[in-house]
Design a binder for this molecule. Structure first.
Ligand code: FE2
Length: 179
């Protein structure tokens, strides 16, 4: 949920900087993170544990910095965070927890190349990066089971969770907050 809230903030900031396609990318990432969070909430509840309510403090900067921060955090999750969590979970052999953690890890890995490009170009080549994202002008499709993101409508089952294409929903463009 923390990642989702951050991406929502980054999205709104990108909209104020008139970067609608970067905003759409952040918005889609936020929705993907939310799917992961809801999946984990369901598992925690099934274990009869109560969920702790936590205040989430969000910090964000300009889009140039936000893109760089997001890329660094994504790469950290791929390389260290998820392998460590999976390692801890496997000791308890709770299948659903392991499967959902695999979904999260793989859906982050899915865009590793793009994330590396963003990290590479978000400094000096920021304008080039924004143009590249703008030129893609994609419609994003999100798997509601595992959070997988595709930039074209999938024609075969989800490459991560293997559920049918009917579980992919097109992500609407982000609404502009008026307050
Ligand atoms: Fe999926």
């Amino acid at each position: 949920m923390i990642a989702s809230e951050h991406y929502d903030g980054y999205c709104q900031k990108a909209l104020t900087e008139d970067l609608p396609n970067v905003a759409y990318l952040f918005f889609t990432l936020s929705r993907s993170e939310r799917i992961h969070a809801v999946n984990y909430q369901k598992i925690i509840r099934s274990l009869d544990s109560s969920l702790e309510k936590r205040e989430i403090s969000i910090s964000f900067s300009n889009t140039k910095t936000n893109l760089n921060t997001a890329a660094i955090k994504e790469l950290e999750k791929i390389k260290n965070y998820y392998p460590q969590v999976l390692n801890r979970l496997s000791a308890e052999a709770h299948d659903l927890a392991v499967i959902n953690c695999m979904y999260s890890w793989k859906s982050h890995q899915q865009h590793e190349e793009m994330i590396r490009d963003i990290k590479k170009y978000s400094g000096f080549f920021f304008k080039h990066l924004v143009k590249k994202i703008d030129d893609m002008n994609p419609d994003y499709f999100l798997c509601e089971i595992c959070g997988s993101i595709e930039s074209e409508k999938p024609t075969s089952p989800c490459e991560i969770c293997n559920y049918p294409t009917s579980h992919y929903k097109q992500v609407e463009r982000p609404p502009v907050k008026t307050t």
